[in-house]
Design a protein around this ligand. Structure first.
Ligand code: GRF
Length: 203
């Protein structure tokens, strides 16, 4: 079986992107990253991708001021790169309707808390962990889910529970969840690559 062809999206640090790239390189993930798309040309994520020798493309409202044109260009780059599965790895923009529709059930995101309770518009970054701590729950989670037209709305594909400790701050919790994300994302992609997870029946 040929390696699963991945298209990655990232906006910031790219530690999840790095974990996926490293897993491809060390053979624990039978996949190849054919393109990395970023909306922030200065993002460390794009630098990490370049260091790994990957094709990177900067596409944003700066390169394409009209949302429809941006959506079409993103779709065209993904299709032109032979992408089979899209993985959002800290991408802080919504994909356009044409891209979401073309890749229906083939776009994943990773979220740093359980869904749907701690997701939705405005719940990102530090705010997610603040909401988890304010709720008093004893467990958070790293969550891999399908992407549809709404924020953090698609079906959960895999979840790794993470304990919340009594003296946690948003930062300490974020760090613990991030470590779980790195392991979970690559492992979930591998389960998809092997056919153990069938995304068409996950939604
Ligand atoms: C992660 O916490 C992920 O859950 C969220 O964005 C963050 C990205 O972190 N969607 P990094 O850029 O991969 O380090």
């Amino acid at each position: 079986m040929s390696p699963l062809r991945l298209g990655l999206f990232a906006s910031h640090d790219g530690s999840n992107l790095q974990a996926i790239v490293d897993s491809c390189a060390n053979g624990t993930l039978d996949a190849t990253v054919t393109v990395v798309i970023g909306n922030n040309s200065c993002a460390r994520a794009l630098e990490r991708a370049r260091v790994a020798g990957l094709k990177t493309v900067h596409l944003s409202s700066k390169t394409h001021p009209q949302p429809g044109a941006l959506d079409q260009e993103i779709l065209s780059v993904l299709v032109g790169s032979g992408v089979e599965l899209v993985a959002l790895a800290g991408y802080n923009k919504k994909l356009g309707p044409e891209t979401v529709s073309y890749f229906r059930d083939r776009i994943l995101n990773i979220h740093p808390a359980p869904l749907p309770r701690f997701g939705g518009e405005g719940l990102y970054g530090r705010r997610v962990h603040e909401a988890v701590l304010a709720s008093g729950v004893k467990e958070s989670a790293a969550t891999v889910h399908l992407v549809d037209e709404l924020y953090d709305h698609g079906a959960t594909v895999a979840e790794q529970k993470v304990p919340v400790l009594v003296d946690d701050t948003p930062e300490t919790l974020a760090e613990r969840v991030k470590r779980a994300e790195h392991a979970l994302y690559a492992a979930t992609l591998q389960r998809i690559a092997t056919g153990e997870i069938d995304l068409s029946s996950a939604g």
